[in-house]
Write a protein that binds this ligand. Structure first.
Ligand SMILES: N[C@H](CCC[C@H](N)C(=O)O)C(=O)O
Length: 276
């Protein structure tokens, strides 16, 4: 059976997008891993499906799977690509459109410069909503990683994130500390791990080790998570430029009680057919 797809990326965080509006998604974890394999398949950081919405207030729904076949609750770069994909299909109305993500509704809007702005909802810091095992909610936690304490912030953007503040993102031990924190028992469902360097009150540099993938060139929900954690600590202003290896995202968060906004590019690369 041939599976038609669009290959897309958001700042180098790359996706295979499959239109499942006419028929349900049928690949199991092993088939997703094969599709995501960069030698034996097409290759992606995440597989995204466009689906009909169950939520009557949303125009469409979307699904998210990592390279290892595990599902995710949110994908910031991916939802910008879904918005561009729907716009090309003539299915995105004027102004803001509500989309149903696996973790709840988000709102997207195509900007004049071709970028996409997304209302990602409010960051969730309550440990049980991340999920993260902690007695009480805090700005920072000490997590035991291979016998030593590492200080992190923890937050959900619909998917779990740990944020580690570093003095130099370029030199951060992403490949060592990333998987150790991703698989920490403190995060019962695992987590994405951001390494954030504060450059100014309106600019940070960030690298992200993604749950179920590894280090990616960019992570939209990771950028949101880093700004949320650093703003809650009073270390950055509301508007922050987030510099990732693949490029820059803009994130805006007034603070508790307010939604968090992210904006950035979304690009098509090619259309293809995959023999499932
Ligand atoms: N690349 C995505 C994040 C995927 C998160 C996934 N790795 C998870 O298991 O939560 C983004 O732009 O937000």
């Amino acid at each position: 059976m041939a599976l038609r797809f669009s290959k897309m990326h958001g700042l180098g965080n790359d996706f295979v997008v499959v239109d499942c509006r006419a028929r349900p998604f049928i690949l199991d974890a092993a088939a997703i891993r094969r599709l995501g394999d960069r030698h034996f398949g097409v290759g992606f950081d995440q597989l995204l499906t466009v689906e009909t919405a169950r939520d009557p207030d949303c125009a469409f729904a979307y699904g998210i799977w990592n390279t290892d076949g595990t599902p995710s609750g949110q994908c910031g770069n991916g939802l910008r690509c879904i918005a561009r994909w729907l716009a090309r299909d003539g299915a995105l109305g004027e102004g803001a459109t509500r989309l149903e993500s696996p973790s709840g509704p988000v709102q997207v809007e195509l900007l004049a410069d071709g970028h996409v702005r997304a209302d990602m909802g409010e960051p969730r810091f309550a440990p049980e909503r991340i999920p993260f095992l902690a007695e009480e909610e805090a700005d920072r936690y000490a997590v035991d990683v291979v016998g030593r304490d590492v200080e992190i912030g923890a937050v959900s953007m619909g998917n779990p994130h740990a944020v580690v503040e570093v003095s130099d993102a370029a030199a951060a031990p992403v490949a060592v500390l990333g998987p150790q924190i991703e698989h920490s028992p403190s995060f019962p469902q695992g987590c994405n791990v951001g390494f954030a360097q504060i450059v100014a009150r309106d600019a940070i540099r960030l690298r992200v080790w993604e749950r179920g993938v590894g280090e990616t060139l960019a992570c939209g929900s990771g950028a949101c998570a880093a700004v949320a954690v650093l703003r809650r600590r009073g270390l950055v202003d509301a508007d922050v430029r987030v510099g990732l290896p693949g490029g820059e995202l803009r994130v805006r968060w007034e603070g508790p009680g307010h939604p968090l906004w992210m904006s950035g590019p979304a690009s098509f690369v090619f259309e293809g057919e995959y023999d499932v």
